[in-house]
Design a protein around this ligand. Structure first.
Ligand SMILES: Nc1ncnc2c1ncn2[C@@H]1O[C@H](COP(=O)(O)OP(=O)(O)O)[C@@H](O)[C@H]1O
Ligand SMILES: [Mg+2]
Length: 270
């Protein structure tokens, strides 16, 4: 083989950047989302790599939550429609079974929403049981494993029978993360998961995200640009339903390409 032949073989197998190209876990291509005639998202193109954290930032109303809800088929539940392509492991999400999609793609919301009438134990396994699993011995194991992974076990192990509402807001949010983990998802979507929490609880959630990406692909929406800079590998900046810029987080925060991105991350608007 000549040098040229070797070079082209390497490029063919690894992509021009010389980095092995992994197929994305989630991929949006010319993706649009509507509420009736209103177009909330216009031609979004994003690849989310497996076991990485992608942050979505942008001012209120720019479509961040709509994008998350589209990924786990919640957009249709609120009456929305879509065009273009949105895939999980290369399969069109809209053509897949919605129940299966929501099992593989868990979601954590802004306001911690444990079930207040249920114990901590039952909160953790609520979703898991909905999926038809009831083996008692198994349940205790899953509860412990999920709470450990959500960095909550040590704080609640002696009060598993207490109500899920009888713990602090930060603990409740980690309980919701444990509930999501218990279903054994592949992707975790988080919509401003720390914006209702105090700084210490926020720091705990951020540490936890760092741990979770060893096992899960994470897409986090945050209006806090500092948080995006701390927790994510890549950042997408949305503005008025458009994806303005998407790049590695370091690059985004040190040398953004678009003026709008720079204005937003330096706090000039939003
Ligand atoms: N259920 C809904 N019906 C109609 N319009 C909606 C609905 N939810 C959101 N929108 C609109 O879609 C746009 C994007 O909203 P959203 O995704 O919630 O933004 P963000 O999460 O970035 O604040 C906004 O203009 C909002 O008013
Ligand atoms: Mg939102």
């Amino acid at each position: 083989m000549s040098n040229e032949e070797i070079k082209s073989a390497v490029i063919a197998s690894t992509g021009t950047a010389g980095i092995v190209q992994q197929s994305p876990k989630i991929s949006a291509k010319d993706f649009c989302a509507y509420f009736g005639k209103f177009k909330a998202l216009n031609n979004i193109n994003i690849d989310v790599p497996e076991k990485k954290v992608v942050a979505i930032i942008g001012p209120s109303g720019c479509g961040k939550s709509t994008f998350l809800r589209s990924i786990n088929r919640m957009h249709e539940v609120v009456g929305g429609t879509i065009t273009g392509s949105l895939t999980l492991d290369g399969e069109e999400i809209m053509k897949s079974d919605a129940v299966m999609i929501r099992r593989k793609i868990g979601m954590v919301f802004q306001k911690p929403n444990p079930f207040p009438t249920m114990s901590i134990f039952n909160n953790v396994i609520a979703g898991y049981k909905l999926n038809g699993h009831h083996n008692k011995k198994n349940l205790a194991e899953i509860v412990e494993k999920s709470l450990r992974q959500a960095a909550l076990w040590d704080e609640v192990k002696d009060k598993l029978n207490k109500s899920g509402a009888d713990i602090s807001g930060g603990q409740q949010q980690r309980l919701c993360i444990a509930r999501t983990i218990a279903i054994n998802p592949e992707v975790i979507l988080m919509d401003e998961p720390a914006s209702a929490l105090d700084p210490i609880s926020t720091a705990k959630i951020e540490e936890l995200i760092f741990e979770l990406k060893k096992d899960y692909t994470i897409v986090i929406v945050t209006h806090n640009t500092q948080q995006a800079a701390r927790v994510s590998d890549s950042t997408a900046f949305f503005y008025m339903g458009e994806l303005i810029e998407y790049s590695g987080t370091k690059k985004m925060f040190t040398s953004p390409e678009k003026k709008q991105t720079e204005d937003y991350i330096t706090g000039r608007f939003g």
